[in-house]
Write a protein of this length. Structure first.
Length: 606
């Protein structure tokens, strides 16, 4: 029978200690029968007494002023434990609970907050202490309160979005209660468990999952979520529609102190007898998403620390080379660099400027068809090299008819930056749209300019969560419009949806109106609407520069504004694909760990 102490309630207890002691029923008491009448036989049937743990749960109070005195609630789960409850205004310990504590519950009537410390003890059990709060608000201040409580020796658990998840738990009755000045309290609680307290099926499943990871059990824990409306019974929440973004801090007792070992921690969850890895880290913080609450295990695995092989010291060389920067149509100056052979150097920030253009990086050729190096990249010279600034007229703008800024405008990108594409080669575009909380459905559509066309039917479009998980969505292509509809996004709230599709330039398309200095800038748009609210359509417009354009006749003449590439049809613009980026005339280019190596002929330093 559970023992609960709340406010000024009377307590009744069954006295079973003597019976339990006599028949070995008292938890924590071990008995040893006499083997013989030998002289060294114990003088008592009781060989050793070890205090068992009291299983105690406690909850505070949150509500609005009603003129009544309110107290915290403490429940003892152990059958037959004749417990005593002590209360105080400061922390209660084994040494002071009788001097600074009182058996009279601490209550609060007026508006404000009181912290109540408690101490629970019973013969044959280890005492339990802790604290809870009594919060009373003024009338008209109904709302949602959240709290996180950590039990004795339990790992610290923090949830960054607990308030958001709490709001998602509210029912119509809860909202009505809030309107009537009630408080809805959502409480996340972690507690350490002994192995013997873990349900057998859960324990076996968790141990099996840990063994498959090569890990040993470290700490068993319970993670529970509760919801309580003022003056109503507390409800246990087993599952939430939106996940809690939790950080579980590994307790001190599990931290690695052996410098010769590297320790990896695993957080394993178990629900309905099924265990699964939730998070792992070599750090002492395990981060993951939780939407079910029951039994968890922190496991760990150690491996020997291997000293890294020392990096050999390079042999000094006297070969020196010059790196020169060319504005390639821009204005300004940049000093050249003198580098020793085998010496990697980081490029300085670009100092050139070109009105109406955006700097996109460097290339070993003016037309950008050979080795491309990003701004701030690294180079390793084996020859004198000139880097040419690369420019585009790329502009990106975002507009929205979403007047109240309730939602975020979709981000747009494509995967051909810095490269050329022909009419037969696909350009891959990506739309990223975060799903806000409180919505049920969404629809995104993408409009292409007339000179572009989709490369595949709807089956070639991928829709997934940003982490790669697929999403059940309906996809259709209607002329120049791609439409993606997701009927149910309640489980995707606060997650980012990634839509990937491909397009190409239409054969025979006239790009003259999109072209400046041989570069074609073709816009496209993405639109998103949630819950079919056509008054809040989010629109993102991107003007993409991706094509080196040339035109000419079958005789091989070229346009003055385009590249030197020719077309076999005067009415068709020719878009040439870049050369293999690992091929350079007169040079060998190697890209290793983000470093570009230019290996050419060398000269001796003077």
């Amino acid at each position: 029978m559970k023992k609960t102490h709340k406010g000024t309630l009377n307590r009744t207890f069954a006295l079973v200690m003597g019976i339990a002691l006599t028949f070995g029923l008292l938890p924590g008491v071990s008995l040893r029968a006499f083997a013989s009448e030998a002289e060294d036989a114990p003088t008592s049937v009781v060989d050793a007494v070890e205090a068992a743990d009291l299983t105690v749960t406690s909850f505070g109070y949150a509500g609005t002023y009603d003129g009544e005195a309110h107290a915290i609630t403490i429940t003892v789960e152990n059958e037959g434990a004749e417990a005593e409850f002590w209360y105080g205004a400061e922390e209660l310990t084994d040494q002071n609970y009788e001097t600074v504590g009182s058996k009279n519950p601490v209550t609060r009537t007026d508006v404000g907050t009181t912290t109540v410390y408690y101490y629970v003890c019973a013969d044959g059990y280890a005492p339990v202490s802790g604290s809870e709060t009594i919060t009373i608000k003024a009338a008209g201040e109904g709302g949602v309160e959240t709290e996180t409580k950590v039990g004795k020796d339990a790992p610290i658990v923090a949830a960054s979005n607990l308030t958001e998840v709490a709001n998602g738990l509210l029912t119509e009755d809860d909202r009505a209660a809030i309107d009537n000045d009630k408080i809805v309290t959502v409480s996340l609680r972690s507690s350490a468990l002994k192995a013997t307290a873990v349900p057998k099926a859960d324990k076996e499943a968790l141990e099996k999952e840990a063994a498959e990871l090569g890990a040993a059990p470290g700490m068993w824990m319970d993670l529970s979520l509760y919801k309580q409306v003022t003056d109503q019974d507390r409800q246990t929440v087993k599952e939430t529609s939106a996940a809690l973004e939790c950080t579980v801090t590994v307790p001190e007792s599990l931290k690695n102190t052996n410098k010769s070992k590297a320790r990896t921690f695993y957080l394993i969850e178990c629900h309905d007898g099924k265990a699964a890895l939730m998070a792992q880290s070599t750090d002492t913080e395990l981060k993951g998403e939780i939407n079910k609450f029951s039994t968890f295990l922190i496991a760990y695995a150690d491996k020997d620390v291997v000293d890294p092989t020392p990096t050999p010291t390079p042999t000094p060389t006297t070969d020196m080379y010059t790196l020169t920067f060319d504005a390639n149509g821009g204005t300004g100056t940049m000093d050249s660099m003198t580098l020793r052979k085998g010496e990697a150097a980081t490029l300085p920030a670009n100092e050139f400027d070109r009105k109406g253009y955006v700097f996109t990086g460097w290339n070993t050729r003016k037309n950008g068809t050979e080795t491309r190096i990003s701004d701030g990249g690294k180079v390793l010279l084996n020859s004198d090299v000139t880097l040419y600034a690369q420019w585009t007229t790329e502009r990106e703008s975002q507009t929205s008819s979403n007047a109240n800024n309730k939602y975020s405008i979709p981000e747009m990108s494509n995967s051909t930056n810095g490269y050329f594409a022909s009419t037969g080669n696909a350009i891959t575009y990506t739309i990223l749209q975060k799903v806000p909380s409180g919505v049920k459905s969404m629809r995104t559509w993408v409009d292409l300019e007339g000179v572009l066309q989709y490369t595949t039917d709807a089956s070639g479009v991928t829709v997934q969560v940003e982490n790669g998980d697929p999403i059940n969505a309906s996809v259709a292509i209607d002329g120049q419009r791609l439409i993606v509809a997701i009927d149910d996004v309640t489980s995707l709230q606060n997650k980012t949806i990634r839509i990937v599709y491909s397009a190409k330039v239409r054969s025979g398309a006239d790009l003259s109106s999109y072209t400046s200095s041989g570069i074609a800038s073709v816009p496209y748009q993405a639109h998103t609407v949630f819950d079919n609210d056509e008054n809040n359509v989010l629109t993102s417009t991107r003007e993409v520069v991706k094509f080196s354009v040339g035109s000419g006749s079958s005789s091989g003449s070229t346009s003055s504004g385009g590249s030197s590439r020719t077309s076999t049809n005067a009415s068709t613009s020719t878009l040439a694909k870049t050369a293999d980026p690992t091929s350079v005339v007169g040079a060998v280019v190697m890209a290793l760990s983000g470093t570009v190596f230019l290996v050419c002929s060398k000269r001796k330093a003077a």
